[in-house]
Design a protein around this ligand. Sequence first.
Ligand code: DTR
Ligand code: ZN
Ligand code: ZN
Ligand code: CA
Length: 450
Amino acid sequence: MTHPRSSLPTTSSARLAAVALAAVTGLIAASPAATAAPDRIGADATGAGTLAAPDIPFANVKAHLTQFQSIATANGGNRAHGRPGYKASVDYVKAKLDAAGFTTTVQQFTQSGSTGYNLIADWPGGDPDQVLMAGAHLDSVSSGAGINDNGSGSAAVLETALAVSRAQLQPTKHLRFAWWGAEELGLIGSRYYVNNLPAAERAKVSGYVNLDMVGSPNPGYFVYDDDPAIEKVFKDWYAGIGVPTEIETEGDGRSDHASFKNAGIPVGGLFTGASRTKTAAQAAKWGGTSGQAFDRCYHSSCDSTTNIDDTALDRNSDALAHAVWTLGTSQPVPPGDSYENTADVAIPDNGPAVTSAVAVAGRTGNAPAALRVGVDIKHTWRGDLVVDLLAPDGTAYRLKNSSSSDSADDVITTYTVDASSETANGTWRLRVQDVASRDTGYIDSWKLTF
Ligand code: DTR
Ligand code: ZN
Ligand code: ZN
Ligand code: CA
């Protein structure tokens, strides 16, 4: 769902509404094909281009929770490690991913005398040396269905993965989604995965984003304070909808991100609170009930489909999609085409202007609004120099004025010129004049970048 800027709640009850894995032992793989289509690119403040994430359909997220509840109900009331409800949950998620074109892998391990399963889903494509991962533990405790803990994170990660497929995303990074087994027994599945990744594969994981409990019924909006880039993406997203966040402090290292962090992999994540009590200050900014746990059904039989705050889960699902799109599709601005003249041109002392020419051919239309002019002039008193760029039709763009006080050596810099009214093709010139006597120099080289 989309997110209008929230107004502050006025009362406490105003609750706002495959590659890598081939080398790992014990794996079974399935791999359907996928095609891809490009999307529009925008630019962020850092100059990197990213694609905008889609809005995650919240009804789909809820439908996954309904299925997890049904699975628990049909299997003794839980989805715990070693119980049939866990494997049924894996089968449900895997079928959705297989149908969407992911390469899925079920990784088996043994814990407490029972077989456990991690489900890994690779989206074909992206840079295999830069892997962005997002994951959630899929197991519940044995006392309940585990809908907030952690059907919520599992559903949000699943629906984000399915959104990648619907968009036929062509990310710059390779995307890998994961659902961990036996988290509730001590981060067993995620630790098994990380420990069994060959060191070379581990080094390719550029980040891991964890979602564990992201729909708590009396929610807080907590962002893991770990890798700064991941943290910023989440904080920026929340700032954009006007919802304040806090740093997650309810037990650092208590979920699967710890397995990755321990291996030196950058981590981040989202959390809406477990058994800790919401303060009055938190209720004032987020709504909900102060003096009450974020999740009163934490690890209890009442952690069912009614134990979810829809607004919180909706927001965190969209925030995850935003993070995957932002971190997974960012790419440097394309380098552009350069035209350079490296011949030295002497600049007569306090004399007439000299020029150095660059011929541009084979382009269509006008020059860009941000034409880059790289200048390398060696001089013993650069304040003597007046520098212009001359367009093919002779129009002069002043790059630098003289300044008797600027005694520094050399002009080695890049200027940006709005040359959008000039035809790109033709002979461009750098014109340099030395307007004061004594110090001298020469044009070493210069270049235009379109
Ligand atoms: N590990 C979770 C609950 C939990 C407690 N503190 C945190 C902090 C961040 C994420 C999760 C948690 C469980 O599965 O019980
Ligand atoms: Zn738990
Ligand atoms: Zn959990
Ligand atoms: Ca001079």
